[in-house]
Write a new protein. Structure first.
Lengths: 45, 637
């Protein structure tokens, strides 16, 4: 198989998306500070 | 085959005419030229000695051409201004005579063909001209005067040494080859055939080649060593009979070796003796399963740079070149059957080549021997067309009525080092004109795989989107009143059902050029597990070079991975200092999907192919920065 690492990455992403949708996970909330994703508060202060 | 035997008029030895149409035989005992006239034979003098050569063919060699067997019965060695070649007379069944021309490792098989519409004079033919003979179109490749040097065996015409003719070589489609020969006082003759590979001709009864065939190895260096006419040093030839010029390793003089009477054509100087290549002259190496011997080295230069070209020889395969520049190597061979093509793009066998370089190249230094009469200072007009890893080069020599094409293929420097046992091989520097783009082969397949996975991700997302609609589970109206410390609102308990998933909190507030912010704690009433979330509702608008607005009076936030259970919300509110009191509405829904998961997946998948595309493009830009014909614009940009 050509590009096995990239293929493995694609397969993992498919698996992760299915699992995240199943469990109601948010990848964004896991990789980012919660205030950064959920609120823009302070912008207009 | 009707063999007639006569007595040689000179020595009395038997002289055989194997073909009924043979009229000329060189007596193999006394080299008398015996001519058959009616029932008698007569001698017309003695044939000159054939110069030594390393051709694997000999009188009596058998072969096959397009299913028809033949035997070589005679040959003439022909010389022209810049070189020489051998015409082998081949006897086919039913006394049919054909010709196998052997020149610089190329073989051309042709047959005399009657053609009433031949040009009457060679002056009508110029290289590049088109004409139609033998029912098909042709392009004139070169026109040259040739002289018979010597011959042996039998021939269908008289060919004494010194006999001259003008010949025009033509090339047609699919490797077709033709020659029109003009003899003084005779009608022109047309020979039509095609180029052939050594293996195609299925030769048998080949001559053992000194220095190459195993049982003649011991006499390798005894074949051709003569003395330099300038300094007297011995000059060994490694491609005797094929080489036209040799450089004296002692004084650097270039010697014309086409004739047995060697002549200095260019004196050597101190600089000429200093040329020192990575591959020594005489070293042998195996490339593409064939043994090659380095027999010559030429350094050429254009107005920008200089490079080295090694000439390699194998008696059965002819000549090849190894061209090297800044650690890059190309494996090059002449392509005989291309017409006078030029332009920004040219097409060869369905492959498009793009013009990369055009200009004069000058021979700076030479070492070893060559199949043409090389000279220092010799200038050729050079055009390079690329289709990495291939490069197609056209050389035109001023004053010569011909152009030559060669096709090169990029060769890894490690392959050259391995073939010739070079321990310290320079590493290639920078992209080279025909160096394969290291990202080109990856980019397309990786893009294909990326699009496939994006499609799969999209399908997964659609499947879940269809099965997880949002359902309202709670809503209520609340009032923000400025207080210190801020008041915390606690909602009534509500039921979150179904499997673990998101809970979305949506707030609608009548802000007007104001903001209001919420800190939510979604608390499981049984376990006290808390899910925090923050949200701001802000809406600004006004006139500033026109009407503008920003934000809105509704906003929402999704809380991920909330298990089923009984929950309530603790809400702490903060707001714009100008805001003292405001009613806001809270709506809580269960279900839905995070599309950010899908978008992050797409971004991760696209990162690698985008990186490859950028690197591929960068490599090409760097490659073409060396060209005057860059598709990316001027190299001075």
């Amino acid at each position: 198989m050509k590009h096995p690492l990239y293929t493995a990455l694609g397969a993992l992403l498919c698996l992760y998306l299915a699992t995240a949708n199943q469990r109601g996970w948010s990848l964004l909330s896991q990789i980012s500070p919660s205030h950064w994703i959920t609120s823009g508060r302070g912008i207009h202060k | 085959m009707s063999i007639r035997t006569y007595d040689c008029p000179q020595c009395g030895a038997p002289v055989k005419f194997q073909s009924s149409i043979a009229v000329f035989v060189v007596c193999e005992h006394c080299r008398s030229m015996v001519v058959r006239r009616d029932a008698n034979v007569e001698s017309m003098g003695t044939m000159a000695e054939l110069p030594p050569d390393l051709s694997p063919l000999q009188i009596g060699t058998r072969g096959e051409w397009q299913g028809s067997a033949f035997e070589l019965v005679g040959r003439v060695r022909v010389e022209w201004e810049e070189g020489s070649w051998t015409e082998w007379c081949a006897l086919f069944p039913n006394d049919k005579t054909g010709w196998v021309a052997e020149a610089q490792g190329f073989f051309m098989v042709s047959f005399e063909t009657s053609e009433p519409a031949l040009p009457s004079a060679p002056g009508e033919l110029e290289p590049g001209a088109s004409l139609r003979v033998a029912g098909r179109p042709w392009t004139v490749v070169d026109v040259k005067r040739a002289t018979c040097l010597a011959g042996e065996g039998e021939l269908p015409f008289v060919a004494p040494p010194g006999q001259q003719r003008l010949g025009a070589d033509l090339t047609g489609a699919d490797g077709a080859f033709a020659t029109i020969e003009f003899y003084d006082g005779e009608a022109p003759r047309l020979y039509v055939g095609s180029y052939a590979e050594f293996e195609e001709l299925r030769f048998a009864n080949l001559r053992p080649v000194p220095g190459w065939t195993a049982d003649t190895e011991q006499i390798r260096y005894q074949t051709s060593a003569l003395n330099c006419p300038s300094c007297g040093a011995a000059v060994k030839l490694r491609a005797a009979g094929q080489s036209m010029a040799a450089v004296c390793g002692s004084c650097g003089s270039i010697i014309d070796i086409a004739n047995p009477q060697w002549q200095v054509v260019q004196k050597g100087d101190e600089k000429a003796r200093k040329l020192n290549g990575l591959l020594p002259i005489g070293v042998r190496g195996q490339l593409q399963d064939v043994d090659w011997e380095v027999i010559g080295l030429v350094r050429r230069a254009d107005k920008y740079s200089s490079w080295q070209e090694y000439l390699l020889f194998n008696p059965w395969r002819g000549f090849r070149w190894l061209v090297t520049y800044k650690g890059h190597w190309s494996w090059v061979q002449r392509v005989p059957d291309i017409g006078d093509l030029s332009g920004q793009r040219i097409r060869l066998d369905g492959r498009d080549f793009r013009l990369f370089a055009k200009g004069e190249a000058r021979v700076k230094d030479v070492l070893g021997e060559f199949y043409w009469k090389v000279k220092r200072g010799e200038v050729a007009e050079l055009e390079d067309y690329i289709r990495p890893p291939e490069v197609l080069s056209k050389e035109t020599y001023p004053g010569l009525k011909e152009f030559t094409w060669s096709l090169g293929e990029y060769l890894e420097h490690t392959a050259v080092a391995g073939a010739f046992g070079i321990k310290e091989m320079p590493v290639p520097a920078g992209p080279y004109l025909n160096e394969p783009n290291p990202f080109a082969n990856k980019t397309g397949p990786v893009w294909g795989r990326a699009l496939l996975f994006i499609a799969i991700l999209f399908v997964i997302q659609l499947i879940f989107a269809a099965g997880t609609g949002e359902r309202p589970i709670f809503d209520g109206d609340y009032v923000f009143t400025r207080a210190e410390p801020p008041a915390v609102v606690t909602t009534p308990h509500f039921q979150v059902d179904g499997r673990q998933g998101p809970v979305r909190l949506a707030v609608t507030a009548g802000v007007d050029n104001q903001w209001i912010g919420f800190d939510f704690d979604l608390v499981n009433a049984q376990t006290n597990e808390t899910f925090p979330a923050q949200l701001e509702v802000s809406y600004y608008h006004g006139y500033d070079d026109g009407e503008w607005s920003e934000g809105g009076q509704t906003n929402s936030v999704s809380v991920p991975a909330v298990p089923a259970g009984e929950y309530f919300l603790n809400v702490e509110t903060d707001a714009d200092p100008a805001l003292q009191q405001l009613t806001w509405h809270l709506a809580v829904t269960r279900g839905g999907l995070f599309w950010s998961n899908f978008l992050i997946g797409v971004c991760v998948l696209l990162a690698y192919p985008i990186y490859l595309s950028i690197r591929r493009h960068g490599f090409e830009r760097q490659r073409w920065s060396e060209s005057d014909f860059s598709p990316y614009g001027s190299s001075d940009d």
